[in-house]
Design a protein around this ligand. Structure first.
Ligand code: TNX
Length: 741
């Protein structure tokens, strides 16, 4: 009996402890992202009301906070005199430069009487504000319902970032983004305590920054399409496409960012990725006659290293960049040069002889060092992709952006350079988030968890005495595949950027993916929604078993809608509420919805594959043969392989699929472009088809690189033809097998 009682009381004790803490946690867990270094929930709340006052040592911070609070609460909260630091019903943001709080750190204390945030700089104060915003209902960022309780839970937080460099990179060359988007993007970064924006502002497919001394760089080099110096690319089609930012516009963006503690580092990519310059000023390129293709499929995109005149022009450009951007750092790319251009160029050749160089990589080093000297002359530091270390040493102050492999950061710090991690297999947000989604996959498929799993120090085994050379990390969104669907850029950045923000902010020991995911799903998605971000949500899991379609919801709150006729689910489609009994599972399509505004990709049951017909097929075409991606790939019915033509497509080109025996079928889908990646497709054209092999009828236009054919009932098809009506937007065309159902 005694034993029983003591056992019973121990159980009771644990139950009470768990309910006390568990309940508190349930009720008050603020689900902050990035997670602060130290948080104690103390109980009770501070109620925001119209007479709450904001007192701040930094006037911008006070206005910033009041602006956000007032647009959501409508309270008309005022900012007060900074001498009044003892007041109640106040948010008091003090800055004491002599305090021991780290630069970007803060100590936040919320009691029922007031909110006090202490820091040693205005940056720390700004981050206290960001945390404070996350302690309020998510609609503080957007449009409230009117039923919110504007309360802040009482809490003590001590916080400071793990890394000084917490960045995002945006490529505005392949796809142009307007200023409106840039401003919103900076706001979103600030909400996530990110502090560096690398603006990849030039590349092969568009020069997007006004340079006063060379106006043609934007008059010509910012545009592509018919009659432009640059050909169409990446879905921009047969029309004029492009844009650029004036120096005045850029100055305003820089100022806006700086107030939000974001430094903007410009990237002018060179000596490769420079088709926009070289197409505008052809004398800047090499004089090779053979056109060597870069890994991105571009030709004539490399600055000539042996042309001394080029350094004068580069000096002029860098001079303007240096005076425009207050950042200490100028990024000059240096990636993916096809050095065959230099090998075959008389001037580069002469330079190699003169300098006694043996390899072309030394030319790259020669170029980088010259550019480095120009940058240093204007009081700045050079940064570049990790290739810039391949041909020799640089100024020890230069910064290496590691992207090619996890070995690169270690190599950089071992040679004494500072590095920023932008590792392609973790941080390239242009990679797919799952196999069926849009995106590249050459580096990896990068779901949220993969981003989160990177430890900028641990993953590359950086030795302790070199840790301080790792400045931090950044996520990158290369823009080849951002032409569609609408707002795909936001889908690619978020929520992966949330994972990045915690990776660079929160100490490794406090990070845990499951815990992060829970905070994201319980609260942070809703914040993203109110911030106005069209973020990605996960598709439902669907399986077909014993005549039933069974759906696994990706989130507790998920709404899954479906159609029964093979059409795309929309916000009026049926809501899934339980197993669906059917004998035709292939007709059902499912998607997860968020507030009926955003949806996931559409899926069918993962264990049923359409049974495509595989009739013997002969190809006739105006294109020649290409060895590495042969024509035979489009009649082998292996849907992963494809044919890459030896040249670009032009009006009048054709590809005909002739069936040995006419085929009776319900539907034929003609897909072009690299399977699942959607590059190099037939942009302008239509299909024709024949029943007898003689008379050809006109079918659908190519749309989104594809067309479908529904034959007349009971009639067998003898052949299908793709007819090109205009030039395509890449150096080659990618073609696939027909999908015959
Ligand atoms: C590599 S990463 C590139 C970019 C492409 C990207 C596509 C780097 C320094 N260069 O030019 O856009 O791959 O994923």
């Amino acid at each position: 009996m005694k034993h029983f009682i003591s056992f019973f009381s121990i159980v009771l004790f644990f139950i009470s402890v768990f309910t006390a803490y568990g309940m508190e946690d349930e009720e008050y867990s603020p689900n902050l992202i990035p997670k602060p270094q130290k948080t104690t929930v103390t109980g009770g709340t501070f109620c925001l009301n119209p007479s709450t006052i904001i007192i701040s040592d930094d006037p911008f911070n006070a206005e910033y906070l009041a602006g956000i609070l007032n647009s959501s609460t409508g309270f008309g909260i005022e900012t007060g005199n900074s001498d009044d630091k003892e007041m109640d019903n106040a948010i008091i943001l003090t800055i004491d430069p002599d305090s021991s709080i780290p630069q970007e750190g803060y100590i936040l204390s919320v009691t029922p009487e007031k909110v006090v945030a202490k820091s040693s700089t205005s940056k720390g104060s700004f981050y206290a504000i960001q945390t404070l915003l996350q302690l309020l209902p998510p609609s503080v960022y957007g449009t409230p319902t009117g039923y919110e309780q504007w309360e802040i839970p009482c809490i003590e937080i001590e916080d400071a970032p793990r890394f000084p460099y917490r960045g995002l990179m945006m490529d505005v060359s392949r796809t142009f983004f307007d200023l409106d988007y840039i401003y919103k993007f900076l706001d979103w970064m600030a909400y996530h305590k990110l502090n560096v924006f690398q603006w990849h502002i030039t590349d092969d497919n568009g020069w997007r920054i006004e340079i006063k001394k060379y106006p043609e760089l934007t008059e010509k080099g910012a545009w592509r399409g018919p009659d432009e110096v640059l050909p169409a690319a990446y879905g921009s089609g047969n029309k004029r496409y492009g844009g650029f930012y004036t120096q005045k516009e850029i100055r305003e963006v820089i100022e806006y960012a700086a107030k939000r503690n974001i430094e903007i580092i410009p990237e002018i990519d060179m000596p490769g990725h420079s088709k926009a310059v070289i197409s505008t000023y052809p004398h800047t390129g090499c004089d090779n006659e053979t056109h060597f293709v870069s890994v991105n499929g571009e030709v004539k995109n490399v600055w000539c290293v042996g042309n001394e005149q080029n350094y004068k022009m580069l000096d002029d450009i860098i001079k303007e960049i240096a005076s425009l951007f207050p950042s200490k750092v100028i990024h000059v790319g240096g990636d993916e040069v096809n050095m065959d251009n230099w090998k075959a160029c008389s001037k580069c050749h002469a330079l190699m002889e003169r300098e006694g160089m043996e390899q072309e990589a030394e030319l790259q080093n020669y170029f980088m060092r010259k550019v480095e000297r120009i940058i240093n002359k204007y009081g700045k530091t050079m940064a570049g992709w990790d290739e810039i270390l391949d041909g020799g040493e640089l100024d020890p102050g230069s910064i290496i952006y590691s992207w090619r492999s996890v070995a690169k950061p270690l190599q950089a710090v071992e040679r004494g350079y500072r590095t920023v991690l932008q590792l392609s297999e973790y941080l390239y947000f242009d990679m797919k988030q799952s196999p069926a989604e849009r995106g590249h996959n050459w580096a990896a498929i990068i779901p949220l968890e993969k981003v989160y799993s990177l430890d900028p120090i641990g993953t590359s085994d950086i030795p302790e005495d070199k840790e301080n050379l790792v400045l931090g990390a950044q996520g990158a969104l290369w823009a080849e595949l951002l032409n569609k669907p609408a707002r795909f850029s936001e889908y690619q950045y978020y929520p992966r950027t949330c994972a990045l923000s915690e990776m660079v902010w929160t100490n490794q020991g406090s990070r845990n993916f499951k815990d992060f995911e829970e905070r994201l799903e319980k609260t942070h998605f809703e914040r993203l929604f109110h911030m106005g971000i069209a973020f990605r949500i996960e598709a439902p899991g669907v399986t077909y078993k014993e005549n039933r379609l069974m759906v696994t919801l990706p989130y507790d709150w998920a709404v899954v809608r479906y159609t029964t006729d093979g059409s795309e689910p929309d916000c009026n489609s049926n809501i899934y509420t339980g197993d669906i009994v059917t004998f035709e599972p292939e007709k059902f399509k499912f998607a997860t919805f968020y507030k009926d505004l955003f949806k996931s990709i559409t899926v069918t049951a993962d264990n049923i594959k359409p049974d495509y017909l595989k009739p013997e097929t002969v190809i006739e075409t105006s294109f020649g043969e290409q060895r590495s991606f042969p024509k035979s790939n489009v009649s082998d019915y292996d849907f992963d392989t494809y044919w890459r033509t030896e040249r670009t497509g032009v009006a009048g080109d054709y590809v005909t699929y002739i069936f040995k025996e006419p085929v009776k079928c319900n539907k034929i889908t003609v897909n072009t472009s690299i399977p699942n990646i959607d590059l190099y497709g037939v942009t302008d054209g239509y299909i024709e088809y024949t029943y007898d092999g003689k008379e050809w009828k006109k079918g659908d236009k190519m749309e989104d690189n594809a067309a479908t054919l529904i034959p007349e009932k009971g009639k067998a098809i003898k052949g299908v033809k793709i007819v090109f009506t205009d030039s395509t937007d890449a150096l080659c065309v990618a073609l696939q097998d027909l999908r015959i159902e």
